[in-house]
Write a protein that binds this ligand. Structure first.
Ligand SMILES: Nc1nc2c(c(=O)[nH]1)N[C@H]1C(S)=C(S)[C@@H](COP(=O)(O)OP(=O)(O)OC[C@H]3O[C@@H](n4cnc5c(=O)[nH]c(N)nc54)[C@H](O)[C@@H]3O)O[C@H]1N2
Ligand SMILES: Nc1nc2c(c(=O)[nH]1)N[C@H]1C(S)=C(S)[C@@H](COP(=O)(O)OP(=O)(O)OC[C@H]3O[C@@H](n4cnc5c(=O)[nH]c(N)nc54)[C@H](O)[C@@H]3O)O[C@H]1N2
Ligand SMILES: [Mo]
Length: 765
């Protein structure tokens, strides 16, 4: 028996290996809340769903290219690595020669796995860049709208994805913590680089013990842990901007706006004020007006505004708020509201994003760079905003507005995806499935027969992290983790780096791709580069051999306080923000000049097309939140996720009254549907939900009753057959999964089996 350090997005662990198999995992004793997801690691590693050899879609092998028939319904034929390598290299060469590098789509969005060297997407980008270029993707599914907006109004996007505010300061200085979208401890299980401590729940309890009033503004009561005393404000989804506008209205009317702060640190107050007071559109954004939109009592809104004006506070918004129609607006308006209150730049006060969205947010860590694989320049200079993939496939040569630019969609002939699952992450999967039929060749690298692997032509079996050595280094966690190979590669699975080096060889670019290094040399080089950079910031890390022997290195807490806008507040003229005015922009002339009707020059309330305010009498608002038992679609085949299913289906949360009205009992299977698609799910009834809202977490593997047929019922419960594929606005072009209306009915027909947790049909040649 051996025990070795390793790490996943869902935490550091020690793997117990017996006779070449991972038999158990142990979690670090210092971790106050090790994620349950970790317990599924042995299932994942040794799963019958592992892809054992390279495979080719039968029709593709027989010469079918671009027939327009949707992928996903055909058997796969196993081939040797030699043949697969040759086919991939030949296709890359052919498509680049005939159509140019931009017709190779290698955006390959997705979380892949935790190690920084064997990071599938980074490896793929290096290969495709070395081989002549590809079309990439910018922004992300997490906070595209926020990260595009914030540079215009505060001069940077770090505010969205960095712990720019520390929990320790909130606990010490705030009296009210307002949480738009709650603080969902389930989301604190994961971080992109891994993590050795999961402290979100701990900090919430400390905040409550310090007597801080916590307000959970969310349609779901459980968005705040039960053991944390908090007020629950069950807001209608997508209406937070209306609530924030009304809070601002009260501050303005009562004369409790911090004019000194506005004058020193902001620009654009006047047009925003005129809009809030209704001077420009005859609609004063009063608490009574907001009550209609939000469903929250006007008197309660007015009282909260008065309390915020008189007590130090922190306004925190989850990332989910901006994954909705007009998702830029709540982020702009919370910034404006915090400016009116005047706390920005003071410890524990102001506004912050994603505090409850990911492990490590609100942590205090010296901001040293993490180890990461360097990119190669992409000679194709072609990219799309990440969530416009279906649009791109549907409309080659057409243009799209994005953040003040006009981009042209390439003519996509070849797609290669490694480390992401668009048949998990994208909205309106039936529309994607139709568009996905257009390219001539689709290559997918995956360790498992996931939905994306089933929709490929050439399937390359990748190792999991547990079969290779790597470095786990989150940008938010205070630990650098050695990820040691637990077992050799299973069946014919290979490391991305190794098989891509062979493809690079066939393309004549091997030295550029590998830089003449092997795994061991790369790990040492990446670590040393980060170590040198840290030393320049006066943070001493041990040398590589010491790190590898110890298995873990702790990064110190920073000595300086972590307070966004601290220097700026102290002296705005000497330390201006990187905005046109150097100030916080409550109105932006630059955004106004873009002329986007869906994102004008100051925060506004825009009624979404799909929300409770437009719902018919039987429609419900569907929220597809992050799953407690997985990371996205990862680990859906492992024990923790499987145990959470109801009759094998993903659990959907429904208000007991809404269920009763439809004759649905707890544990029933239901059909969730709208004009875009339909899925089955298992009903869980609750009173901890706003009536009219239902919640189906993301990540159940897409399992169409008839694979390859658009519109087919997903028998397993993937919410993205229901969600709408439209942009937040022309500014951010972000996804809007949280703006979605559905109907629910009890399923009474015989229950079709879930088949996606078994391998697809394989035909030997
Ligand atoms: N409806 C709805 N949809 C959403 C969201 C929502 O809130 N609602 N949230 C969105 C958000 S925030 C995100 S970030 C996306 C997430 O979307 P993704 O990041 O695409 O989802 P994952 O399931 O993490 O996909 C990672 C894939 O990489 C594979 N993989 C893991 N390790 C390796 C490896 O070493 N090599 C290779 N080749 N593959 C590997 C896994 O098996 C998995 O299939 O989803 C988005 N989609
Ligand atoms: N366990 C686990 N943790 C994860 C992930 C995972 O897959 N599994 N994914 C990670 C990733 S990639 C990301 S980007 C983050 C995402 O982090 P978030 O975006 O914060 O996560 P969500 O779970 O989508 O949403 C949080 C809560 O917001 C509430 N909410 C939704 N819409 C609205 C609204 O309009 N108004 C208000 N007030 N509340 C609303 C929902 O009730 C939901 O529970 O999570 C990360 N953490
Ligand atoms: Mo995300």
């Amino acid at each position: 028996m051996t025990k070795l350090h390793h790490a996943a997005h869902w935490g550091a662990f020690t793997g117990v290996v017996e006779h070449g198999r991972l038999t158990a995992i142990e979690t670090p004793p210092a971790d106050p809340a090790p994620p349950a997801i970790l317990q599924g690691m042995p299932d994942a590693l040794h799963s019958p769903l592992r892809i054992d050899r390279p495979h080719i879609r039968k029709g593709w092998l027989n010469g079918d290219r671009n027939g327009g028939t949707p992928r996903g319904g055909e058997p796969f034929v196993p081939v040797s690595w030699d043949e697969a390598t040759r086919l991939v290299a030949a296709e890359l060469t052919r498509v680049r020669a005939q159509h140019g590098p931009a017709s190779i789509f290698g955006g390959s969005y997705g979380w892949a796995s935790a190690g920084r060297f064997h990071h599938a997407r980074s490896q793929l980008h290096r290969l495709l860049a070395a081989a002549g270029g590809f079309t990439g993707q910018v922004t992300n599914y997490s906070y595209a709208a926020g990260m595009t907006l914030m540079p215009h109004i505060v001069g940077g996007m770090e505010i969205v994805d960095r712990p720019v505010i520390a929990w320790r300061d909130i606990v010490a200085h705030a009296k009210i913590l307002v949480c738009f979208g709650g603080i969902t401890v389930r989301n604190g299980q994961v971080n992109a680089g891994g993590g050795a401590r999961h402290e979100m729940g701990l900090w919430l309890r400390r905040a409550a013990q310090a007597g801080i009033r916590i307000v959970n503004i969310s349609p779901i009561r459980a968005d705040m842990p039960e053991d944390v005393p908090a007020e629950w404000w069950p807001i209608r989804p997508n209406t937070d901007t209306a609530l924030m506008l009304a809070l601002a209205h009260v501050l303005i009317q009562q004369g409790t706006v911090d004019h000194a702060f506005l004058a020193r640190c902001t620009t654009g107050y006047e047009p925003l004020r005129a809009y809030i007071m209704g001077e420009t559109d005859n609609t004063p954004k009063t608490p009574t007006w907001a009550e209609t939109e939000t469903g929250l009592p006007a008197a309660q809104i007015a009282q909260l505004a008065r309390d915020l004006a008189s007590q130090p506070n922190m306004l925190a918004a989850a990332w989910s708020l901006q994954r909705a129609e007009a998702g830029e607006q709540p982020y702009w308006m919370i910034t404006a509201l915090a400016a009116l209150l005047g706390g920005i730049g003071l410890p524990g006060r102001g506004f912050t994003f994603g505090l409850g969205s990911e492990n490590g947010m609100g942590g205090a860590r010296a901001m040293i760079p993490s180890a990461s694989l360097p990119a190669l320049p992409n000679p194709a200079h072609s990219f799309i905003p990440v969530a416009r993939i279906t649009d791109m496939l549907e409309r080659p040569g057409d243009t799209v507005e994005f953040n003040g630019r006009r981009l042209t969609y390439p003519d996509t002939r070849l797609i290669w995806w490694a480390g992401g699952n668009p048949f998990h992450h994208h909205q309106d999967l039936n529309r994607l499935l139709r568009a996905w039929a257009k390219p001539e060749t689709i290559i997918v690298s995956e360790p498992w027969w996931t939905p994306i692997a089933r929709h490929a032509d050439i399937v390359l079996p990748a190792t999991t992290t547990m079969e290779r050595n790597d470095i786990g280094a989150g940008s938010l966690d205070r630990h650098i983790l050695a990820m040691k190979q637990l077992v050799p590669p299973q069946a014919q699975a290979r490391n991305e780096f190794d098989y891509m080096a062979d493809i690079a060889e066939a393309l004549g670019v091997r030295p550029r791709f590998t830089q003449q290094r092997d795994e061991a040399a790369w790990l040492r080089a990446l670590y040393d580069r980060a170590r040198d950079a840290s030393a320049r910031m006066y943070v001493e890390l041990p040398d590589f051999d010491t790190f590898w022997a110890q298995g873990i290195v702790e990064v110190p807490e920073p000595e300086t306080p972590i307070v966004a806008f601290r220097e700026f507040r102290a002296d705005p003229a000497a330390t201006p923000l990187n905005t046109p005015s150097g100030l916080i922009e409550l109105a932006s002339e630059r955004i106004a000049a873009f002329g986007y009707e869906d994102c004008p020059g100051h925060p506004v309330w825009r009624q979404p097309e799909e929300y409770l305010g437009t719902a018919g009498p039987t429609q419900l608002h569907l929220l597809s939140v992050q799953p407690a038992t997985r990371l996205h679609s990862q680990m859906d085949m492992a024990r923790v996720s499987k145990a959470s299913k109801i009759q094998g289906r993903e659990a959907i949360l429904i208000h007991e009254a809404d269920a009763a009205a439809r004759g649905i009992a707890d544990g029933d299977v239901v059909r969730v549907f709208n004009a875009r698609g339909a899925c089955l799910a298992g009903a869980t009834l609750t009173d901890g939900l706003l009536r009219g809202v239902c919640v189906l977490p993301t990540g159940a593997w897409l399992d169409p009753l008839e694979p390859g047929v658009p519109g087919s019922l997903c028998v397993h419960g993937n919410p993205n057959v229901l969600t709408r594929d439209a942009p937040t606005s022309k500014l951010g072009q972000g996804p809007i999964a949280q703006s979605c209306l559905v109907e629910i009915e009890k399923w009474t027909a015989p229950l079709p089996p879930v088949k996606v947790h078994m391998p697809p049909q394989i035909e030997e040649r």
